[in-house]
Design a protein around this ligand. Structure first.
Ligand code: PMP
Length: 353
């Protein structure tokens, strides 16, 4: 039956998958044929990209300015790549000159950069990075899990070779699917390997057939896709297409600016000083002096039922983080967060104790 086919391997839903592909092409601003959604969260797309592009022993350059670069460096290390890193403490970003110098030195096959560094609240400048990578015959891999739909990223125009995101951030879908797209250059590298990728599940030769991207007349069962997650992802991509990317970006910026102003009015310091480098979907506040950040989070959870988070990975102890993205990104929520924080700042001052 149709249902049995659908629940078994999702191949009963090829139209849904085709719609998802078109929706991702729009959201990523790409015409790449090799566009699909991974069955799994953002990490799945991260591993898929590294496993399929890089062969053991090849050189990889990873920009680390928060937790996501750390993770990619570890993933690449585990599959036997020669990992080189460019490093900044959370909140820092890399100039094109710094990137170029490292590419010339290490001659990597792949360079990884996080567009929306959610552990630091930084949106990384992308202009020119793709061109520099190609000058050194290197592919550019970009993580847009926390930024897609909230801050502009233009895959084809910015010459990004592999771009991925997650379903559960500004896209508003449940977690469990992860859009990803590969340029022609990236396809050339990954489909002309000497060795097979370490993961069977994430092998793009299988996934490209499963998604009808390999030009073969028949799609063959590879794994059972998260069918309900695909339906939800299709709807979320349709919503963002209907709204328009530009409107989604400007809406996130407008609400973020309202929040930033409110935070500064409370006497708080934003962790990312340069407004143009702030990620609209995740705002980071420098931990105010005279407060225990864990106590602030616990107070807000207990008295206001709002989950604030501290830092993540290397930014733990440096920041408080507020996520306002997708459906949750509105003035009422921002105002609620500001009121909760104002109350917590009155109640939790250490000198009171
Ligand atoms: N990259 C970034 C920038 C993220 O913010 C996240 C999730 N917070 C991930 C990757 C990992 O995504 P997931 O939790 O969906 O695996």
């Amino acid at each position: 039956s149709r249902f049995a086919t659908a629940s078994c391997n999702c191949l009963g839903n090829t139209n849904i998958m085709n719609d998802i592909k078109k929706g991702i092409q729009y959201a990523f601003q790409t015409s790449n044929n090799m566009t699909l959604a991974m069955s799994g969260s953002g990490h799945t797309a991260m591993e898929c990209a590294v496993f399929n592009i890089v062969e053991p022993g090849e050189s990889v350059l990873v920009a680390i300015n928060g937790i996501w670069g750390e993770r990619v460096a570890e993933i690449a290390e585990r599959m036997g790549a020669k990992v080189h890193t460019l490093f900044k403490t959370p909140g820092g970003h890399f100039t094109n000159a710094e990137i170029e110098q490292a590419l010339a030195k290490h001659k990597p096959v792949l360079f990884f950069l996080t567009h929306g560094e959610s552990s630091a609240g930084l949106v990384h400048p992308m202009d020119g990075v793709g061109d520099i990578c190609h000058k050194y015959n290197c592919l550019l891999l970009v993580d847009s899990v926390a930024s897609l739909g909230a801050a502009p990223i233009l895959m084809d125009q910015q010459n990004i070779d592999i771009l991925y995101t997650g379903s559960q951030k500004a896209l508003n879908a449940p977690p469990g699917t992860a859009p990803v797209s590969f340029s022609e250059r990236a396809c050339h590298k990954m489909f002309n390997r000497k060795t097979k990728p370490v993961s069977y599940l994430l092998d793009m030769t299988h996934l490209s057939n499963y998604w009808g991207n390999d030009g073969k007349p028949e799609r063959i069962y590879h794994h059972t896709g998260p069918v309900s997650g695909f339906f939800a992802l299709r709807e979320s991509l349709a919503i963002i297409a209907e709204m328009g990317l530009e409107n989604s970006w400007s809406h996130h910026t407008e609400i973020a600016e309202y929040l930033w102003k409110g935070l500064e009015d409370l006497g708080l310091k934003l962790f990312i000083k340069d407004k143009d480098l702030r990620l609209p979907s995740v705002t980071t506040i420098a931990i105010p002096e005279g407060y225990d950040w864990k106590e602030l989070l616990a107070y807000i959870m207990k008295h206001h039922r709002i989950e604030f988070t501290g830092g993540l990975g290397p930014s733990v102890g440096m920041v408080l983080r507020i996520g306002l993205m997708g459906y949750n990104c509105n003035k009422a929520n921002a105002a609620m967060v500001l009121a909760a924080l104002e109350d917590a700042l009155k109640q939790c001052r250490k000198s009171k104790a």
